[in-house]
Design a protein around this ligand. Structure first.
Ligand code: TXA
Ligand code: MG
Length: 303
């Protein structure tokens, strides 16, 4: 049913293990244009193509270097996006004019059956209005995009809660562009030469999306160290893995960094719904999913 909308030129929000995506057929330029319009997405920010199987890589990429191929073998399906040289068959609109394309094979079963039914790769950014936190529930998709899209494929909340790890595999060594649930350490276990974006020291930004405002609630976000005592502003909220060292109205204590990742974007949205003005976010160690949590917190934060 949801796939029928894709086949007839519509745009569909669908769940994945990371966040909800807003999809269109990769070869359907008018539908891709609708995604940019619905999200109010800047035209220079490329989309990720979602595939149902390894055999679809050839439809999208002009070249698959050895590093990319072993990473895909190790982590597809899963929360990893691999950037490759784009096949000329892919419309430039999908990749915002770039010669490269991000490719991802989600592991979430409903995403897989949706993609299989579509019979074509599906380009999909996160299903939020541009600049807002990515949606981790179908209700959050509705909140941002009601009336602007054709269909929402409903499911329970996202399992990971943060967007996929993005790795550029077009050069000599893979470059980590966006941290996610697949960590730099895990990538290095497969390709030891993988470097982080900061270490790569190439002409920045390699990932156009990184220069845009991202993941931001309307409230101001402040980072606090574990146990740091501050004087909170009125109308404030707190999220972390330990209790706050100060009195605050709304508190979300997560049992682990994984739970922190899973709940963060929905907490931002809850705070906005409740009119919270300041959100204090506890910093976490940058190991495992912690690196991705800290990346999103820094992007959202005012200090
Ligand atoms: O987990 C995810 O990746 C989710 C789900 C729906 O799959 N999608 C997602 O898409 O987060 P989006 O559009 O919100 O973020 C894609 C990021 C952006 O920062 C974009 O600039 C970057 O990936 N990106 C996409 N294609 C690229 C390319 N060819 N080269 C470099 N960066 C690219
Ligand atoms: Mg996004």
């Amino acid at each position: 049913m949801a796939a029928a909308y894709i086949k007839s030129g519509g745009i569909v929000a669908f769940p994945t293990e990371t966040v909800y995506g807003l999809g269109a057929g990769v070869f359907d330029e008018p539908a891709i244009a609708k995604i940019f319009e619905a999200k109010r997405r800047p035209a220079d920010n490329p989309l990720i193509a979602h595939i149902s199987g390894h055999e679809q890589v050839g439809l999208l990429a002009a070249d698959v270097p050895a590093g990319a191929s072993v990473l895909m073998e190790a982590f597809f399906p899963g929360p990893l996006t691999i950037v490759l040289q784009r096949s000329p068959a892919v419309p430039r609109l999908a990749t915002a004019g770039l010669d490269t394309i991000g490719i991802r094979m989600p592991r979430y079963p409903l995403a897989q059956s949706f993609l299989l039914a579509c019979g074509t790769p599906v380009v999909a950014p996160s299903a939020n209005l541009s600049g807002r936190p990515s949606p981790t529930t179908w209700q959050a998709v509705l909140e941002d995009l009601d009336g602007r899209i054709d269909c929402i494929l409903q499911s329970s909340g996202s399992e990971i809660g943060l967007e996929s790890t993005v790795v550029d595999c077009t050069g000599d060594a893979p470059i980590l562009l966006r941290p996610g649930a697949i960590t730099l350490e895990q990538l290095r276990q497969i390709v030891p030469g993988t470097v982080s974006h900061e270490a790569a020291d190439e002409e920045a930004p390699r990932s156009p999306g990184m220069k845009h405002a991202h993941y931001t609630p309307r409230a101001s976000v402040w980072l606090v160290a574990p146990g740091e005592a501050i004087t909170p502003a009125r109308g404030s909220a707190y999220i972390g893995t330990g209790p706050p060292a100060f009195a605050v109205g709304v508190v979300c204590i997560c049992s682990s960094p994984d739970e922190y990742a899973r709940r963060l974007f929905e907490f931002f949205r809850e705070c906005d719904r409740g009119g919270v003005e300041y959100i204090y976010c506890e910093t976490v160690a940058e190991t495992g999913i912690g690196a991705a949590v800290m990346d999103r917190l820094r992007r959202a934060s005012t200090r």
